[in-house]
Design a protein around this ligand. Structure first.
Ligand code: ZN
Length: 304
């Protein structure tokens, strides 16, 4: 019988929240079997608990955000992906803000922390989401397609396409969740320069706020823009590399963006409360579709 797991000891992670810019500390703590993943807002009166489950998702606009009993925890997807990848079933996360730290824009530092904490087997039998049939979620207008076919274990394949010269359609896959830590966890989030240019020009983000995102450049910026970017990143040699990526960060894998989208999907699906026994295929998905898909899986699952 495969057993449920929690972490071996407490471990903390600190960093800046992406949207609030506030310094956040969270502490992973061992939790009893059958309790799943919960956040506890220790900065609020009464320290309200927010359970990490699809029913508590209230916003998917800039990340996946949870709310319960009036307390919010924003941008949980990278942390949830790390827990899924490390096979942790039960954990309590004390957090002193309404948002997780963005760290380097990937799940790597969460994985490192969970490795340090170790994994402890508990007595109860491990739960899985099992399916009797294929489940599909599509939004034909946006080209979004998500599907899961019943299988012995979790695996996934993803395709992204932004109609972009510099970020061509690309794919990523995971054949076994044990590959997550090396193959998927280090892959960082990304943006297009035109998406952040307005923010930079209007001083809506501060230097360092975007150190955690790969920046793709569709149109070569003029000298004035380069100068602004240099000031913003506090770097004198800002340029666009031949692969269309701003030289603030280097790609770790040619398909790092697709791998990051897979990371997000794995994190969002872990809001089901257990790993899915199925092969997932996804096209052009994002947090909204991931969460709707997870809700559909929850409604149609044979067992938990
Ligand atoms: Zn992400």
């Amino acid at each position: 019988m495969e057993k449920q797991t929690t972490i071996g000891k407490e471990v903390s992670v600190s960093g800046k929240g992406l949207h609030s810019g506030k310094f956040v500390t969270l502490t992973f703590k061992p939790a009893p079997e059958g309790t799943g993943v919960s956040f506890r807002r220790i900065d609020l009166p009464g320290a309200p608990v927010v359970k990490a489950c699809v029913d508590n998702v209230f916003d998917t606009s800039r990340g996946t955000s949870l709310k319960e009993n009036g307390a919010e925890v924003r941008t949980v997807e990278h942390l949830m992906a790390a827990l899924s990848g490390m096979g942790i079933d039960n954990v309590l996360i004390d957090i002193n803000a309404g948002e997780t730290p963005i760290l380097d824009g990937s799940a790597k530092l969460y994985v490192n922390a969970l490795r340090e904490a170790g994994r402890t087997e508990q007595n109860a039998e491990k739960k899985y989401i099992e399916l009797s049939d294929t489940i599909r979620f599509t939004k034909p207008d946006n080209g979004i397609e998500l599907m899961v076919e019943p299988a012995e274990k979790f695996s996934a394949h993803i395709e992204v396409d932004y109609n972009s010269q510099v970020l061509p359609a690309q794919q990523a896959e995971i054949g076994d969740i044990s590959d997550f830590a090396e193959q998927i966890a280090p892959c960082r989030t990304f943006v297009f320069l035109h998406e952040i240019q307005f923010l930079i020009e209007n001083n809506l983000v501060k230097g360092g706020d975007l150190d955690n995102a790969i920046v793709f450049v569709e149109q070569m910026p003029d000298a004035a823009t380069i100068e602004k970017l240099s000031k913003f990143y506090n770097k004198t040699d800002i340029k666009v590399m031949e692969n269309g990526v701003l030289n603030t960060l280097k790609l770790q894998f040619p398909n790092e963006p697709a791998r990051h989208k897979l990371l997000d999907l794995i994190g969002d699906l872990y809001l089901l409360g257990a790993p899915v026994k199925g092969h997932v295929t996804a096209k052009k998905t994002g947090h909204f579709a991931n969460v709707e898909f997870a809700r559909l899986i929850a409604e149609n699952a044979v067992s938990h």
